[in-house]
Write a protein of this length. Structure first.
Length: 508
């Protein structure tokens, strides 16, 4: 009797345990409102959790984890499996205002639930930094594009085709494009949802997601709006930062020698924005007075001392671009190249000579001319387009791009045109070499091998070459092209590069 009773008790205990685990499993697998499931991604010491307040529609998500960045994936994820074009938006807030400043609450799209998966997200950090973060291939290192708006209340991420776009709210709460966009291709089904990471493996952080909206986007149709984004990228980390975004078309940034100002062209005018004491902040743009020259193109740049601005303008009756010099603060332009078309690209380090691309007798070649005016000198005679000439900081070379081998490649020569030699031999079309002020680096624009010329609206890469060992790395991937980085755009400390990227988004 005792043995039978013991067996009965053991059976009841097993049944209770099975029932409890079944209930827990069912609860874990039960849908959370809009989403299907939740669970920890990667290795975490403290299991995360998620809940939904049915009355308010607020999701509360707690997550531990060392990080969700670089090569780390350790966080709690609430997700739904989807396909096609999608959008997810929410108001985000952290429960604790004193946690790790790098903790993250994010809206994510992941190819798989495995660590190292391809992904893209918009992440609100504990200190307010809000970034588009991405890993564009499995096992790669993450990169980011930082918004210039701190701690927006509401954020949105859209996947349209192979691109992801991030929207952030302004002071009024209205969502607007952040300027952060990235090509991250997903194959078939993927996972969309909410994530929280403590950025500290020993603790758990909690965030709320309210007014959550997850939608399947219809196929793109109708009119689109072009957004231009002025960005900077740090060469050490490849972190990108939005400085200016607008539903306008602007191009070709130049960094002033003192680092305080960035110049660019828009609508035939030259404009500038002043960098505040905080290097990630920018003031409103102002127009540089250029007199009768009101059709300036994207070939312009400052003299080594920052006092003068060379512009290329097409206001003459024949519509041909010619080079003028104007005071950097604005004034009356002085004509330098009577003949055209002429497109400025570089100042010599002593400020006495300009390098430019000129079309003469149907051929585009590299020329130099005294900045004070005078006779132009032709330096290249090879068949095919030569373009983008720029002096090295030591004044010994002029770097340029040439199509003489078939593909557009980077070359250099002595400043008198002697000793022309190829710097890069690869399978892409490479344009616009820019040498860092310290002479250690060269940044250039790379198109795919089947792209002819240097058109706009292309998937392109900014690449960085070390001039000491010729090693080339990718600095940034973007949608851009001809207007992105035509002219010198290094920061004076050789740590950052300015460029322009573009987005084409559906009209409101």
């Amino acid at each position: 009797m005792t043995t039978a009773y013991s067996r009965h008790l053991r059976g009841c205990l097993v049944l209770a345990i099975v029932t409890a685990f079944t209930a827990l499993y069912a609860a874990a697998q039960a849908p959370l409102g809009t989403f299907e499931k939740d669970g920890d991604i990667g290795r975490v010491l403290h299991p995360g959790k998620a809940s939904l307040d049915a009355a308010t529609g607020v999701y509360t998500v707690s997550g531990s984890g060392e990080n969700m960045w670089a090569d780390k994936d350790a966080f709690h994820f609430v997700w739904k499996k989807m396909e096609g074009d999608v959008a997810l938006e929410a108001d985000i807030a952290f429960i604790d205002t004193t946690g790790n400043e790098h903790r993250k609450a994010a809206l994510l799209i992941r190819q798989t639930l495995e660590p190292g998966s391809r992904y893209v997200d918009v992440a609100r950090h504990g200190d307010g930094l809000t970034s588009l973060q991405y890993r564009d291939s499995a096992g790669a290192i993450s990169h980011e594009v930082q918004s210039n708006i701190s701690a927006p209340q509401r954020v949105r991420i859209e996947k349209r085709g192979q691109y992801a776009y991030v929207y952030v709210s302004d002071a009024s709460g209205r969502l607007a494009p952040s300027g952060a966009a990235m090509r991250v291709p997903f194959d078939g089904a993927f996972y969309v949802g909410l994530g929280v990471c403590a950025h500290d493996k020993d603790v758990t952080e909690t965030a709320t997601f309210s007014h959550v909206k997850l939608e399947q986007l219809p196929a793109a149709a109708g009119q689109t709006v072009l957004y231009s984004t002025l960005e900077t990228v740090k060469i050490a980390s490849t972190d990108r930062r939005v400085a200016l975004v607008a539903a306008e078309h602007f191009e070709a940034p130049n960094w002033s020698p003192d680092g305080s100002t960035i110049f660019y062209n828009q609508g035939g005018t030259i404009r500038r924005i002043t960098r505040a004491s905080n290097p990630t902040a920018s003031g409103p743009s102002t127009i540089v007075a250029t007199g009768a020259q009101v059709h300036c193109n994207n070939d312009h740049g400052l003299s080594p001392d920052g006092k003068l601005l060379a512009i290329s303008d097409q206001s003459s009756p024949d519509g041909k671009s010619r080079i003028y010099i104007v005071p950097a603060e604005g004034g009356t332009p002085r004509l330098v190249t009577p003949d055209g078309p002429s497109y400025w690209h570089g100042w010599s380090p002593d400020g006495k000579t300009l390098a430019f691309t000129g079309q003469r007798a149907g051929e585009f070649d590299i020329y130099v001319i005294p900045a004070a005016g005078g006779v132009e000198t032709r330096l290249t005679t090879a068949k095919g387009l030569d373009d983008g000439p720029e002096f090295s900081p030591d004044g010994q070379f002029i770097y340029f791009n040439s199509q003489r081998t078939g593909l557009m490649q980077i070359w250099r020569m002595r400043t008198d045109g002697a000793a022309q030699e190829q710097v890069i031999a690869d399978q892409s079309n490479d344009w616009f070499p820019h040498i860092s002020p310290d002479g250690k680096w060269m940044v250039f624009l790379a198109y795919q091998s089947d792209v002819s010329g240097h058109p706009a609206n292309q998937d392109v890469e900014l690449r960085l070459m070390s001039l000491s060992d010729k090693k080339v790395t990718v600095l940034a991937k973007l949608f851009g092209g001809q207007e992105t980085i035509n002219v010198p755009s290094w920061s004076p400390d050789s740590k950052e590069v300015a460029f322009v990227s573009y987005e084409r988004l559906p009209a409101p």
